[in-house]
Write a protein that binds this ligand. Structure first.
Ligand SMILES: Cc1cc2nc3c(=O)[nH]c(=O)nc-3n(C[C@H](O)[C@H](O)[C@H](O)COP(=O)(O)OP(=O)(O)OC[C@H]3O[C@@H](n4cnc5c(N)ncnc54)[C@H](O)[C@@H]3O)c2cc1C
Ligand code: FES
Ligand code: FES
Length: 482
């Protein structure tokens, strides 16, 4: 039985197929039609609702896409939907949007309201780019973004002392584990590792799921129903983010927004890549492990982690083993994970103070887009400016995220100069085998990869650690790449 708090009251959902999305259930079963469906794939934000966690200072609201959230994933949680804002008075987010004339068709509006709702209770929206980041998961094609942005500016961080700022109502299920079998489908959420291994022994064909921002698309876009899913969400040790002896240990089920907060002061390269990852709603659900385990050639975390010399920690009932990340991606969408084995964490050594490290994402749109080419680039030099370590990793230019080892070898022992970077960029073709698709031709991708390497040199010439939110490679003169 799925039990969760919906708009202040505990509700139960029985007789529901585990692959039912929260959006479908709200609309079809509860008649809560305020929450809209636009794209059913996390791109438009019309379905945005807030999932709530009890933080140290009160409830913390997280805007998420209800079209990608399977109903069992909200078991034991608190959810607020736009229908839950109906009170005597408009919520400040609604009031601000109405006053700024930020709504015309009204279809995207409920999602915008819920994103502004989250912004209302966020205390850290203290820079203009953070407002863009907050809003980029909500499309509006008619009113335009200026009035919506103005409304967001008006309410962001105001934290009114209303019912939404009070402690969460009690009586949550103490045990957040779940075992559900309906309509020929099975969904389990083990809360202990023993329960996880037992489940895998009994159902070796079960698939893992965490945020569902990849896997749910199989349900909403390909109309498939994975028969057996095991959620790793309730296993707290898998979500921890720590730093011990100069090594960042990043729990595989930590969300991208948790990673963003954790790396803000610890790893500018990771932080910058994460800034351009999906949108707020996706970052609240998508996880580190989910991103790496798809082994997608265009996953955004792999290149930056590869460039930082990361190690994957793989765990099964009997063992915990460490695999260098460049050996984790074994073929197109295939990883080194064995049967009944989970990705537990990624370990990233802190670079030495002399190292330079930058991540780049090249996409058609700056916000909420998939990479055409991405890169994580790293060099360390000695006192004479000779390169001691080089790791050049790319996404979107091979069947897996990949290091360009020929180019790396070519720079080690050489002075770190533009000529060295330029010469290395000409060797990228030895490792990278880009394909043409609707995002870019093979030639374009190859040229972008070369440009990024030379642009990396230019950027690191002036700044040892890049500005966090710039995200643009320095311009490379075309003449320099002939
Ligand atoms: C609108 C939208 C925008 C997106 N934008 C980006 C983007 O900018 N950059 C980007 O890289 N990606 C993007 N994604 C893809 C996706 O959000 C990320 O890959 C995300 O990190 C996946 O995490 P998840 O927890 O949701 O994965 P899930 O969907 O839960 O799982 C994905 C796969 O990984 C496996 N898995 C998950 N965790 C583990 C584990 N610990 N051990 C073993 N196997 C595991 C699951 O079995 C499943 O096969 C986007 C997706 C959407 C829908
Ligand atoms: S319906 Fe478009 S993001 Fe969910
Ligand atoms: S108000 Fe609906 S598209 Fe803008």
């Amino acid at each position: 039985m799925i039990r969760f708090n919906l708009n202040g009251a505990w509700v139960e959902a029985s007789d529901v197929a585990p692959t039912t999305t929260l959006l479908r259930w709200l609309r079809d079963t509860r008649g809560l039609s305020g929450t809209k469906e636009g794209c059913a794939e996390g791109d438009c934000g019309a379905c945005t609702v807030a999932v709530v966690e009890q933080g140290a200072k009160g409830p913390e609201y997280r805007a998420v896409n209800s079209c990608l959230l399977l109903l069992p994933m909200v078991h034991g949680k608190h959810v607020v939907t736009v229908d839950g804002l109906k009170r005597e008075q408009l919520h400040p987010a609604q009031q601000a949007l109405a006053e700024a004339l930020g709504s015309q068709c009204g279809y995207c509006t409920p999602g915008v309201v819920m994103t502004l709702f989250e912004a209302t209770y966020r205390g850290d929206l203290d820079a203009p780019w953070k407002l863009d980041d907050q809003l980029c998961g909500n499309l509006c094609r008619c009113t335009g973004y200026r009035p919506i942005r103005e409304a967001a500016q008006q309410v962001a961080g105001t934290c009114p002392a209303d019912e939404f700022s009070k402690a969460l109502p009690a009586s949550a299920p103490a045990d957040t584990s779940l075992q559900l079998e309906r309509a020929g489908q099975r969904f389990t959420t083990p809360a202990t590792f023993d329960a996880l291994w037992d489940e895998l022994d009994a159902h070796p064909d079960a698939r893992f799921v965490v945020g569902g921002t990849d896997l749910s698309l199989e349900i909403t876009k390909r109309f498939q129903a994975p028969p057996k899913l095991v959620s790793l969400e309730a296993l707290a040790p898998l979500r921890a983010l720590t730093e011990v002896d100069g090594v960042l240990r990043l729990g595989a089920t930590a969300t991208i927004s948790e990673l963003e907060a954790f790396t803000a002061a610890r790893s500018p390269a990771i932080h910058r890549m994460v800034r351009y990852f999906g949108a707020r709603q996706i970052k609240h659900r998508g996880t580190i492990g989910g991103n790496l385990c798809t082994a997608s050639p265009i996953g955004d975390l792999a290149p930056v982690f590869l460039s930082l010399g990361a190690t994957a920690v793989l765990r099964s009932r009997a063992t915990e083993r460490r695999v260098p990340l460049h050996e984790f991606f074994v073929a197109y969408r295939k990883t080194a994970l064995g049967p009944k084995e989970v990705l537990a964490a990624i370990e990233v050594p802190r670079p030495s103070p002399t190292a330079r490290s930058v991540a780049y994402k090249v996409s058609k749109r700056r916000e909420l887009d998939i990479s055409t080419v991405s890169a994580g680039l790293f060099v360390d030099t000695d006192a004479s400016n000779l390169v001691t370590v080089a790791r050049f990793a790319f996404g979107g230019v091979a069947a897996t995220p990949k290091r360009a080892t020929a180019a790396e070898r070519a720079v080690v022992g050489k002075p770190w100069t533009r000529e060295t970077a330029l010469a290395a960029s000409k060797l990228l073709g030895e490792d990278l085998t880009p394909l043409s698709d609707h995002r870019g031709s093979a030639n374009y991708r190859a040229l972008v990869a070369r440009n990024l390497l030379v642009g990396f040199f230019d950027e690191t010439l002036t700044v040892r650690q890049p500005a966090l939110q710039s995200g643009h490679a320095a311009t490379v003169q075309p003449g320099g790449l002939s």
